[in-house]
Structures are given as C-alpha cells and as structure tokens.
Design a protein around this ligand. Structure first.
Ligand code: G2I
Length: 485
C-alpha cells in the first residue's frame, strides 16, 4: 500500500468507486449496470493509475478505440507524438500538434499524461546525430527546455532519458554519450526540472524488469544520481515481455530495491507477445504474465501505476518489429477482451478489497460532460491549514451536476509528503467521482487526500485533482482548507 494511504482511505476509495458508478447512472443516460474500469480499479487498489500508449492516428479515426480509451484508462502516453523526430524534425522548428491533441483529449477525460520521451537514440532526426559533438549539448538542452516548457503543467511525468543502456549494462554509445559522456543524463534531468519543477522525471528502459546486469547498471546510475542531488523521481520499467522467453526473474524484489533508493517505480510499456497464430493455451500463459506484472507492482508501495503499450492488437507495434509475433495486448483486433484483461482486472479488484468479478467486455463510456470554460471565479483561498494552498474552479456545469478542478500548491519550503484538502459544501452538492485524489464524504463535509503518485509537491510547485458532483438549486463554491504532511 502506498505510504500515503491508510486503511481508512482504502475503505473510502472502495465506497468512492461505488458512488462513482451510482453517480454515473444518475447523471448520465440510465443503463442496466455500470462496471468498474481498469482506471477505477487501479485507483481503488492503492491510488494507482492504469494507462495506455496512444496512437494519434487511431485517436482521430477510430471511435471504438477512443470510446474504450476514454472509459477504461486513467493515464495516457503518446506512442510517438512527443518524440524528437516528430517534435523538432529540423533544428529550431517545433511541431507540438500531435502531443497537443492527446493532452487535450486527456484533459477532457481526466487522464494523467506521461510524456515520452525527451532524449533517446532512436527516432532522433538526422540533424542531431550529424551535429559537431561540441554542439550536441546545446541542442539537447534547447530541445528539452522547449518541449517541457510547452507542456508545463500538463504532464504528470516525463521519460527524460530513454533506454540509456545496452543489454550488458554498458552505456549506449549514442551521440549524447559521445558528446558528454555519462554526464548527459544528469544534465538532461536538471534541464527538464528547470523547465517544469512539478513534473516527475523518469529514466526509462527495457529488460530491467528482472535482476541482471542491465538492471544493476540502472540501479547504480539512479543511486549515484540521488547521491549527487540530481532531480530524479522515478524509474520506468518498460516490460515488453514474450511468453517464449520466460518471465523476468525477481521482478517484485527488483522493483522494491529501486523504490528503496527513494524513487517511484512504474510499469511504462507493458505488453506480452507470442508466436502467431494465437492459441488459447498461449492466451492463458499471457494472462499469467500480465497477472504477475500487475501483482509485482501492487506489492510495491512506490509502484505508482501500470501503462500498457497499446491496449488493442489492432495498433500494436509488435508484428511490425518481430516478424511472426504479436497478439500482445489486452484486447484483440476486434476489441474483444482477452483472458489477460480479466486477469488484470481480477488482480486489481482483489487488491482493492473487492470480491466482485470484473467485466469481461468493455463498459460504455462514463466520462462526464466536458469543456465549457469555468463559470465561477476560481480561487478560494484557505483561512486555515498549513504548508499548502488549494484553489477551486468549476470547469463544466450542466444544471444538475458539474465538474471542478482543484489546484494544490506547496507554499512551504520542503517537499510535501502528503496533502489533504477539506471543505464543506454550502449547498446540497454531492461528490460522485474524484480523480487524482482519494476522497471521503460525510454529510456536506468532504476530504480529498493525495494519491501515491502526486503526494510529493516541490516547494513552489503544484498538482491538481478533479471531481464530478451533483447538485440542485445553487452551486456556490466552497471554502477550502489545505494541510500538507
Ligand atoms: O519499440 C517499442 C517501444 C520501446 N520503448 C520505447 C518506445 O517508444 C517504443 O515505441 C515504439 C512505437 O510503439 C512504434 O510505433 O517505437 C517505435 C520506433 O522505435 C515506433 O515505430 C515507429 C516506426 O518505426 C516508424 O516507421 C513509424 O513512422 O512508428 C512510427 C510512427 O508510426
């Protein structure tokens, strides 16, 4: 269980999921039943997120894809749209359109965004590798500064340096390493931190899930960065698995030793491929692999979330890279869930303390009505509380219900370890759903507490959470009190 969650909050979260389902039934078109989504289950299972990589072409052309994306997942990662070759194809010419499109979608669906990625040897435009070595550092710093600044406030976590190691644990000799040695990693992290001090900064790699030379190399790097005071918040374990190669050795213990260094850990690109044709026996093994990964994360309190690298085989990168392999995702190409989906949902349900069998098909979209700019004056400053300040803004109001965003700013001089925002509704408002915070409600009194992944706010930084509520009569904004732990 994450360090910021106590049993009382887990109970509240379970109640919250139930309320969210009831609320969706009341506010939106009536349905026979509302099922918990992977995002809701992960939230109930210790305040985690469940995300997916997103293909921008599917986002703009495939409504079945966007319907499942918007309902099932609480976090998104652009599969390609924020990479260097897309964002800065020519030196100094920036194109953020694809990433902007996804950020906008994520805001409308209350999803976290993982930024992927800033510095990587692959999908790197030719002009970077063609630079004289003494110009590479300036180009890298400018790329990071421009991209992170553009998305400042919208990105939960950045994969700042991607895949820095070879499989034997030696450093990959790309243009950044050639120009700056191993120091390019600290420089990239410091540059990203300067551009957005609130974003979590990650190193991300594959084949580091189990113990081995490559995992040791990453461990030693993170340990050394921490010792030097370099801003590093997390390590991403890509987790591209294949059933023919076996399950990584000691994954849970490996995640745990990284967490013990004082960083978050996350499963960032999970998929489990197989040799085609897909068989039910292989599907069963695949489900077991997905389950083992899910349980390894759930067992480590600082494992903040799981992201799958596409949720449907329809858009998987696998067949294009590994000839004769595929079927790696939770849904098949026709959007039918596979045993792997059921296994993951069951594991999350069990961790959330639930006993109900999860859905076997995708539930309908439950996103609240979106957009329409704030209609009430935003900031409601706390008269009480300490170390933080909470501001409240209604983002959409449809007469019988509304959504609101609450920004939590750290006004103290040290990082927050947790935060709590409390208020009393002036009218008959009632929360039916909350994201990026754990809530409890008793009469008109509401308390919202940080999740494991947003508990730590640096001095001067901020984070935010959102809520959906019902009301009748007036919708006067409450006065908030914020307390930092
Ligand atoms: O290779 C799987 C992943 C490993 N970790 C880092 C991830 O960023 C990486 O993602 C994949 C994308 O899923 C692919 O979609 O990265 C590939 C590139 O290394 C992506 O493939 C590229 C194709 O190679 C290009 O031909 C294509 O233009 O996708 C591009 C956009 O569709």
């Amino acid at each position: 269980m994450p360090r910021t969650l106590r049993p009382v909050w887990l109970a509240a979260l379970a109640a919250g999921v139930l309320l969210a389902m009831l609320g969706a039934l009341g506010v939106l078109a009536p349905r026979a039943a509302a099922q918990s989504t992977l995002g809701q289950l992960a939230s109930a299972a210790g305040g985690r997120y469940f995300g997916t990589a997103v293909s921008n072409s599917a986002l703009t052309s495939d409504t079945t894809y966007t319907s499942i994306l918007g309902s099932q997942f609480s976090a998104v990662t652009p599969e390609n749209a924020m990479k260097w070759d897309t964002v800065e194809p020519n030196q100094g010419q920036f194109d953020f359109s694809g990433g902007d499109q996804l950020v906008s979608y994520a805001k409308q669906h209350n999803q976290l965004v993982r930024g992927h990625n800033l510095v990587w040897h692959s999908q790197l435009p030719g002009w970077v590798s063609g630079l004289p070595l003494n110009q590479v550092q300036a180009a890298m710093e400018n790329h990071i500064t421009q991209e992170v600044s553009h998305y400042k406030g919208s990105i939960y976590a950045w994969d700042v340096v991607n895949e820095p190691f070879n499989d034997d644990g030696s450093y990959r000799s790309d243009v950044f390493y050639q120009a700056m040695g191993t120091g390019y990693i600290a420089d990239a992290l410091r540059t990203a931190h300067a551009a957005d001090p609130s974003a979590k900064l990650y190193l991300n790699d594959y084949n580091i899930e189990g113990t081995g030379a490559k995992a040791d190399a990453m461990y030693n790097l993170v340990s050394s960065l921490k010792a030097q005071g370099v801003p590093i918040d997390g390590v991403g374990f890509e987790t591209h698995l294949a059933i023919q190669y076996g399950f990584p050795t000691g994954m849970q213990q490996n995640l745990q030793r990284f967490a013990a260094l004082g960083v978050d850990v996350a499963i960032t690109e999970l998929d489990v491929r197989m040799t085609l044709p897909e068989t039910s026996a292989q599907d069963t093994t695949q489900a077991d692999y997905y389950s083992q990964v899910t349980n390894a994360c759930l067992a480590v309190s600082r494992c903040v979330g799981i992201t799958v690298w596409e949720f449907t085989d329809k858009y998987s990168w696998v067949p294009g890279t590994f000839s004769g392999q595929g079927a790696a995702d939770l849904y098949d190409s026709n959007y039918q869930t596979k045993p792997a989906y059921t296994a993951v949902a069951n594991d999350l349900t069990a961790a959330a303390g639930g006993t109900t069998a999860p859905p076997t098909t995708a539930p309908p979209t439950t996103a609240p009505p979106t957009t329409a700019p704030p209609t009430t004056a935003p900031p409601t400053t706390p008269p009480g509380g300490s170390g933080c300040k909470a501001s409240y803004a209604v983002s959409s109001d449809w007469g019988s219900g509304f959504t609101a965003n609450v920004t939590v700013a750290n006004t103290g001089s040290a990082d927050t370890k947790s935060w709590k925002v409390s208020w009393s509704w002036p009218g008959n408002q009632a929360v039916v759903n909350m994201w990026n915070a754990v809530y409890s409600q008793s009469g008109t009194a509401v308390t919202a507490t940080s999740q494991s992944y947003n508990a730590d706010i640096p001095p001067g930084g901020s984070t935010s959470f959102g809520l959906q509520a019902t009301y009748s009569g007036g919708n006067t904004a409450p006065t908030l009190t914020c307390t930092a732990g």
